[in-house]
Design a protein around this ligand. Sequence first.
Ligand SMILES: C[S@@+](CC[C@H](N)C(=O)[O-])C[C@H]1O[C@@H](n2cnc3c(N)ncnc32)[C@H](O)[C@@H]1O
Length: 221
Amino acid sequence: MTRPRLLDLYGGEQGAAEGYRRAGFDVLSVDIEPLDGPGPLVVADALTFLREHGHEFAAIHASPPCQSESDLRHRTGYDYTDWLAPTLAALASYTVPWVVENVDSTTQLPGALILCGSEFGLTVVTQDGVRRTLRRHRRFGSNVWLWGAGGDACSGRPIVGVYGTGGGGQMTRGYKATLAEAREVMEMPWASRAGVSEAIPPAYTEFVGRQLMAALGEVAA
Ligand SMILES: C[S@@+](CC[C@H](N)C(=O)[O-])C[C@H]1O[C@@H](n2cnc3c(N)ncnc32)[C@H](O)[C@@H]1O
């Protein structure tokens, strides 16, 4: 059976892409940087590639850089480029199933599905001997209706965050994973520190991807 083709824009080190592969898609990632990952990647500008090749794909995913949408912008004071608005505008003309992912603090995806690692049993025993649950809230906007995974269950549990650079330990934003812990809890053993910090865990997009498959009439979700 042929696998439907999915275009993965702003692919990074392919956390999202890997989840769509698990769901049964044949995935091509596009990134402006020549990054390593488990699948094929074209080095190009995402929206230019979408304009030229978008019609060749059965479904589209986009993870535009999120700095303009994150709480970080308040702390740093930098004026970050908004990649989300032009990406949403470009996708609006597509009738194939599409998904745009971003941080949960964005105001540009109102009412969109929010997923957390706690909904997928993503845990790791950290170097202090504690089993911690991945707290990573990401928002998924789509032109198809997406159902949730049961609801965030991270509050009240020991949690681990995957962000930034350097080693693990207790930080102002809670316990920060070492690279080894981050790779394990995100299920991305191939990833670099920078790549895993920017990624979506494959478990999230496997869950979303099965729903896109159902929307395409390929399989029951
Ligand atoms: C949030 S990260 C993507 C994470 C990835 N989807 C994953 O799950 O592993 C955003 C990515 O956008 C890429 N990027 C930035 N500007 C771009 C552009 N104009 N075209 C394509 N990719 C771009 C960055 O290099 C970075 O890898």
